[in-house]
Ligand binder design. Structure first.
Ligand code: HGY
Ligand code: MN
Ligand code: MN
Length: 408
């Protein structure tokens, strides 16, 4: 790597952002053609940095660098390589490429860490294709379940089918890639995806906890019919019912901060301007730092869905596709990281993450810590997502110092 490290990181981020399933926007979903190309390209960069590269049976990309001390434990760093639709170029990719640049810097200084390091590019964190997040890190930690394999995408393809196509053989649920006793911990570098660091004029910070989240699909069933001849009083309009529900969800979330609830997708059938919608499926994403509050809000919303359906002569069904509790980051690992950050920028507040991260799943296998990087206007899951080079430089230095601290 000839360039100044932050320039190299920016170049890699920009190049990776051009590997997409949707020309003109950045979209890479679980095991899609673009994801296969992304793994191949990042794998080349890993090899050039001296890492041994492999892919596991759920499509995670794993780069490994042995330490100078034989049999030493392994420190894991990483994040996800999949994206939402029309995504920004930092979410996920930063957490894979920044550690790679850091390791390449050490390599160029002739520095070999005493412990082993693995850089992980998870194959699926966003949950876009199968409405259930973390399939990649669940595979890596041995927490993928048979129920996950039955999830279907919009074309009715099951997770199991997709994995058997990838592996060219019958898929068996993988065990954890490592034993807990073999690991030193997991560090994920990620843009904040929120406005706090910008408001506090800080480049980076650490994360104290990651909010729990429930996701699922709610379907309202009514009666399709002629838009011109069916009197309003005789209709069972599934979309009108869904609309009443959506504004109710927003109302509940607004009155119970820091609860957040989002209807992100809506599928209307039969979907013609002159036909009363007979069936509507919407996605629901509910999050809160406290699990009891999240569950209470979700059950209130589902109760209201039933009530709205009854009043309108509709039927409704709910399919829970993901339900994860809030996770605390490891205090010891986070303290080491926070001390490193304080030396660089004076202050280091600990933020709660409203966004989910692979660290949630990795915490089942090993202690986790997260380094947040300021992003402009807190904007994310959007092409305007941006982290300034000077903030990337601070994050790189914090990561390098963290690696050295571990060497000590
Ligand atoms: O949706 C999220 O919380 C994250 O970006 N996967
Ligand atoms: Mn995301
Ligand atoms: Mn992410």
């Amino acid at each position: 790597m000839a360039r100044e490290p932050t320039q190299q990181l920016t170049r890699w981020l920009n190049e990776l952002a051009r590997i997409t399933d949707e020309p003109g926007k950045l979209t890479r979903t679980f095991l899609s053609p673009a994801m296969r190309r992304a793994n191949a390209r990042v794998g080349e960069w890993m090899r050039a940095a001296g890492l041994a590269v492999r892919e596991d049976s759920v499509g995670n990309l794993i780069g490994r660098l042995e330490g100078s001390r034989p049999g030493a434990k392994t420190l894991l760093l990483g994040s996800h390589l999949d994206t939402v639709r029309d995504a920004g170029r930092f979410d996920g990719a930063l957490g894979v490429l920044l550690p790679l640049v850091a390791l390449d810097m050490l390599r160029q200084q002739g520095r070999i860490l005493p412990y082993a390091v693995e850089v992980l590019g998870f194959s699926e964190e966003e949950g876009v294709r199968f409405s259930s997040a973390y399939l990649g890190s669940k595979g890596f930690t041995g927490t993928l379940r048979a129920a996950d394999l039955k999830l279907r995408d919009a074309d009715g393809i099951q997770v199991r089918d997709t994995l058997e196509t990838l592996n060219g053989e019958t898929f068996t649920l993988p065990r954890a890639a490592h034993r807990r006793s073999d690991l030193l911990g997991y560090l994920e570098v990620h843009i904040e995806q929120g406005p706090v660091l910008e408001a506090q004029d800080l480049a980076v910070s650490v994360v104290s906890a990651i909010a729990g989240q429930s996701r699922g699909r709610l379907t309202f069933y009514g009666q399709a019919g002629h838009a011109g001849t069916t009197p309003m009083g005789l209709r069972r309009d599934a979309l009108a019912g869904a609309a009443a529900f959506i504004s109710t969800v927003e109302g509940i979330a607004r009155t119970r901060p820091p609860l957040v609830a989002t209807v992100g997708t809506l599928a209307v059938s039969p979907g013609a301007p002159n036909v009363i919608p007979g069936e509507v499926t919407l996605s629901l994403d509910v999050r809160h730092p406290r699990d009891r509050a999240r569950r209470a809000a979700l059950s209130r919303m589902l109760g209201l869905a039933e009530w709205i359906a009854r009043r309108r002569g509709l039927r409704c069904t709910w399919e829970l596709t993901q339900d994860g509790n809030a996770v605390a980051c490891d205090p010891k690992l986070t303290r080491v990281l926070a001390e490193t950050v304080r030396k660089l920028q004076g202050r280091c507040p600990a933020l709660v993450s409203g966004a989910g991260h692979d660290a949630v799943v990795m915490s089942a296998l090993t202690p986790v810590a997260m380094l947040f990087v300021r992003c402009r206007a807190g904007r994310s899951h959007h092409p305007d997502e941006y982290a300034a080079p000077e903030d990337l430089r601070v994050a790189l230095r914090a990561t390098l110092t963290f690696l050295e601290r571990f060497a000590g």
